[in-house]
Write a protein of this length. Sequence first.
Length: 216
Amino acid sequence: MKIILFGPPGVGKGTQAKLLVEEFHSAHISTGDLLREAVKNKTALGLKAKSFMDAGNLVPDDVVIGLIEEVLKSDEARDNFILDGFPRTLPQARALDALFEKIGIRLDSVISLEVNNEEIINRLDQRRLCRGCGRIYTIARIGADLKKCPSCGGELYQRDDDKPEPVRRRLEVYQQQTKPLIEYYRETDRLVPIDGMDEIGYVHKLVLDALYKNRI
Ligand code: AMP
């Protein structure tokens, strides 16, 4: 299964990717996670990316394209992967298609998760992550006072870029630079729109149904 999970920030790409990984044992390739890891480890890549990420802007195309090339050429990723948060610009999408052609990969689907803006702002405001296992929670479910991950006991935190100012910028960036990719993938018949407004398990079912339907 070779999938792109597409959609605005906070739409549920990370959550759905984790469920698909359990289902298909795919490599989960999240450029956001890879960049955050690089920032945490203060690598050259992380130092380059940090200021863009903090402001809610996109990291330059050449940086993320280089990163994805490296990952997709590795054996464990090339046959079975979920791309989460990449591509986000037209040059990234074109570079990805060129890379697929070069290394002989045929993409199965671009799953486009759709929710309205009000819901996105609410979800990002409510989102908490675990520093230990990376699980994603919403405070509407676990309560705002819970500080430890119910699964592994790790510390729960809010991403700096989930705070109101960077969120506003991330949504602008999505509208201007990322949303045009819907047309790019629709034109080449690879776009599968999925209503992401429902609860997580139901959206997962919609995604699975669409993937199986597309394969047969
Ligand atoms: P995410 O975790 O996918 O919301 O990504 C967090 C941040 O990482 C984004 O706001 C960008 O600053 C950066 N980022 C992640 N993926 C990309 C990408 N494909 N292109 C450029 N910047 C990215």
